[in-house]
Design a protein around this ligand. Structure first.
Ligand code: NAG
Ligand code: NAG
Ligand code: NAG
Ligand code: NAG
Length: 768
């Protein structure tokens, strides 16, 4: 560098400094702003060295327009006054220092002076924020260190009277940083502790700006911070656990419980919806539903204690945040048993055909009862009616019974029992089940065949056709099937009593009896045999019956003349009587015999032919021939009498006898008839004697038989006819036929039978 350039450089500086000196040589005043109107700034005249008495003449005044309104010059003393109030901030705005150049002129002679008035600042303004309050929205997720610049406060004052610092009201989350800028200080909020909307939703801060005046002035602004929600809270159930008790079969729609979860977040993030948990299986989803809005859990299916008595379902509560948060809670539902199941009866090993000879205690069936309910609702009692010979025996297992017979069974009395089983549970409202099983009693061959009569009495006419059916026996058996099929047999035993069994045969199937030969009453009047009836059971049972057969008489015998009989066998005889016999003299007696009995054997005599009817009479019953009158001389010496002997059968049979009566002279007749008559008389006397005895005994027997009869009628047991007939064998009387004809009324047959013995004797006298 040359000395010239150095000089040139320095010349500039020197000139500038000289100018400054010149300028500084100007009159300069300082005055604070906001002075009172008319306050003196300075005496310009005096400072310029101008006599103030000449001022008026020379014309002293402010010529610059800028300061004209603010200041005024006193012409008398040359003092500069403030014209009204001066506001520095108004005049100079922000420029410092605030200098006002005044041009003062003296007109005669013209002289221009420059005066500088510096208006000094006074702290007359407070810092001021553009707004009273400021709203900020800060997410709660904001990280510490986040910066939020704020608007600076303004203070028109200058220098130290302008905003110097800021202060923040006390708070936990924010601090203040102040940044210097060219145009002032800017406050910046800095987050130093994370926000939590759930703790503090709004934060109110006061930011104060301070200027440097003494005393300093301040201005403040409210900063309202809204903490914005972030979905950072999980819904939380209000209860630790949910346990509910529910009756089974609760109707569909029943509310079981209402769960409640809350979410501290705001808005959608805090709105809770409920659902069944993800791990709840489909079966449970059919049974339960949860109302998404209210959290009510309702029943949607059939809950059966017997199927499941405890349910644990997860309920999920989630919020509606964009990324929802959810939580689960299990709800325990205990199902309470209700008596909704009737007992069930199961019958096993049932033998429905029980032999009638089963001993009491025989097991018939096993009964098992079940009830799906529990507790008392499932406690079962089982019973059967007690009017049947069965009972229930409890077994060692609960609810298993054996059905056993409790009495003797008899198929023939009752072949079928309807056993009604009643099972009842012990629930509050008892449920019961009835089951009826039918037990059939099976037959055992325990009944012997029984004959419809015992003994049998049959009446068979003699001369029956051999090989023809005569009568039948029948027996019944109360058992069934084979046990009741009866076969008949004649008990053939080679004893004297049974010798007639060879005469008869029996149809083993139907009991019809056939006679193999013709019976002859005159040979056998009665006989008996035994029929055995056996059933077809194994072993077979049998019984026997006595069959009494009574042969009935037929008039098959012709009367036989016993007297008179001639030497060549014809019924002829000769009687000699003396001529002098009186009327009524017994000539002779015709004796006859008839093998039949009763009417068939009851003989009547009649005179069929006689030479002189006036001479002889014949007793119809006795056969005695007597003279009717004495003989006269004219009577013939020989008379022939033809006597008819007739029985009383329906078709009567007869025989004739011829008696020749010879009338002889008394002397010759006497010898013959004397001996004869004495014998005859004796015989007649004897006959009379027997007759008396017989009549007496008959009377006694009659009385006895009446008594016996009465006794028998009372006891009704003994059979008279057989007893009587066994030891009687009467010939030639009407007694048997009378008796037989009244055979149906056997009890009464004793009387005629007894009477018969009398008749029989009388008949026998005829033989004499
Ligand atoms: C859920 O719980 C909250 C807080 O305890 C309560 O305000 C609200 O009423 C409950 N909702 C129901 C439905 O009970
Ligand atoms: C017939 O019955 C009697 C008793 O009623 C018995 O004593 C007898 O042995 C039986 N006879 C036959 C062949 O069955
Ligand atoms: C039997 O003798 C009698 C005489 O006594 C006679 O009349 C009768 O014809 C004889 N009868 C016969 C069958 O000979
Ligand atoms: C007896 O005879 C009559 C007619 O002659 C007949 O009607 C009746 O049946 C007979 N009686 C007997 C028992 O034969």
């Amino acid at each position: 560098m040359t000395s010239n350039t150095w000089l040139m450089e320095h010349t500039k500086v020197i000139l500038l400094t000289a100018l400054l000196v010149f300028v500084w040589a100007q009159i300069r005043y300082s005055i604070s702003e906001e002075q009172k109107d008319g306050a003196a700034v300075g005496n310009i005249a005096k400072d310029l060295g101008i006599d103030h008495r000449t001022l008026k003449e020379r014309g002293f005044r402010i010529v610059s327009t800028s300061g004209e309104s603010m200041f005024s010059l006193n012409q008398n003393d040359g003092v500069l006054y403030v014209n009204g109030k001066i506001d520095r901030e108004e005049v100079c705005e922000r420029s410092t220092p605030c200098l006002i150049n005044l041009k003062i002129a003296l007109e005669n002679p013209l002289e221009i002076h420059y005066v500088i008035v510096e208006i000094l600042d006074v702290n007359d303004y407070s810092p001021l924020f553009p707004e009273n309050e400021k709203r900020l929205e800060i997410g709660e997720s904001a990280l510490p260190g986040a910066r939020y610049p704020l608007q600076a406060a303004r203070d028109p004052d200058s220098g130290s009277n302008s905003v110097q610092t800021y202060k923040l009201s006390h708070n936990d989350n924010f601090r203040l940083e102040i940044k210097d800028r060219e145009d002032g200080k800017i406050p910046i909020l800095i987050l130093h502790k994370p926000l939590d909307r759930e703790v503090t939703k709004n934060i109110k801060l006061v930011l104060t700006a301070l200027d440097g005046g003494r005393p300093s002035k301040s201005g403040s602004i409210e900063i309202l911070i809204d903490v914005l929600d972030i979905n950072d809270n999980v819904p939380i159930f209000t209860k630790e656990s949910y346990t509910v008790v529910l009756n089974e079969n609760a109707p569909v729609g029943t509310t079981i419980v209402q769960v409640n979860a809350t979410d501290m977040d705001d808005g959608q993030n805090g709105q809770v919806v409920y659902a069944l948990g993800n791990n709840v299986n489909n079966n449970l989803r059919e049974l339960f539903q949860v109302n998404p809005v209210t959290g009510e859990i309702i029943v949607t299916g059939v809950l059966d204690f017997e199927v499941k008595d405890l349910y644990e379902i997860d309920i999920q509560a989630s919020d509606k945040g964009i990324v929802p948060l959810a939580t689960d809670k299990s709800v325990i539902i205990k199902i309470v048993d209700v008596n909704d199941n009737a007992p069930e009866i199961e019958v096993t090993s049932f033998s429905n055909a029980i032999p009638e000879d089963s001993r009491p205690g025989t097991t018939v069936a096993l009964i098992s009862v079940t009830d799906l309910d529990s507790g008392l609702n499932g406690k079962i009692s089982c019973s059967i009616s007690d009017d049947i010979p069965f009972k229930l025996m409890p077994s060692s297992h609960d609810n298993i019974y054996s059905l056993v017979t409790s009495g003797l069974l008899d198929r023939e009395t009752k072949f079928q029992y309807d056993i009604t089983l009643v099972a009842k549970d012990a629930g509050q409202q008892t449920l019961s089940t009835i089951k009826t099983i039918t037990a059939l009693i099976s037959d055992v061959n325990d009944n012997i065949p029984e004959f419809s009569f015992s003994p049998y009495a049959f009446y068979v006419m003699e001369n029956n056709v051999p090989g023809k059916f005569v009568f039948s026996v029948s027996a019944t058996d109360k058992d069934s099937n084979e046990n009741a099929i009866v076969s008949y047999q004649i008990w053939r035993e080679s004893s004297e009593e049974n010798k007639y069994t060879s005469f008869i045969n029996i149809n083993s199937e139907n009991g019809e009896i056939y006679a193999l030969k013709s019976f002859d009453f005159e040979i056998v009047k009665t006989f008996q045999f035994h029929v055995v009836a056996a059933d077809s059971g194994t072993p077979s049972l049998s019984s026997n019956v006595t069959v009494n057969v009574f042969i009935l008489d037929q008039n098959d015998n012709v009367p036989v003349i016993l007297y008179p009989v001639s030497a060549n066998g014809s019924a002829e005889g000769v009687e000699e009587i003396p001529r002098n016999v009186n009327a009524g003299h017994l000539v002779t007696k015709v004796r006859a015999y008839d093998a039949d009995i009763g009417y068939n054997g009851w003989l009547l005599f009649s005179l069929q032919e006689v030479s002189d009817h006036s001479l002889f009479s014949l007793d119809r019953y006795t056969g005695q021939i007597r003279t009717l009158r004495s003989f006269t001389e004219t009577d013939e010496a020989q008379h022939k009498l033809l006597i008819l002997v007739k029985d009383n059968g329906n078709v009567s049979l007869s025989a004739t006898a011829t008696v020749i009566v010879k009338v002889v002279e008394p002397k010759e007749a006497f010898a013959a008839s004397d001996v004869k008559h004495t014998v005859k008389d004796e015989e007649e006397n004897n006959a009379t004697f027997y007759l008396i005895i017989t009549l007496g005994s008959v009377s006694v027997l009659f009385v006895i038989s009446i008594i016996v009869l009465i006794v028998m009628r009372c006891s009704k047991s003994t059979d008279y006819s057989s007893k009587y007939l066994q030891d009687t064998n009467y010939d030639g009387t009407m007694c048997h036929s009378i008796q037989y004809r009244s055979g149906d009324k056997r009890l009464w047959s004793g009387i005629p039978a007894l009477l018969c013995s009398l008749f029989s004797d009388i008949n026998h006298f005829n033989l004499l």
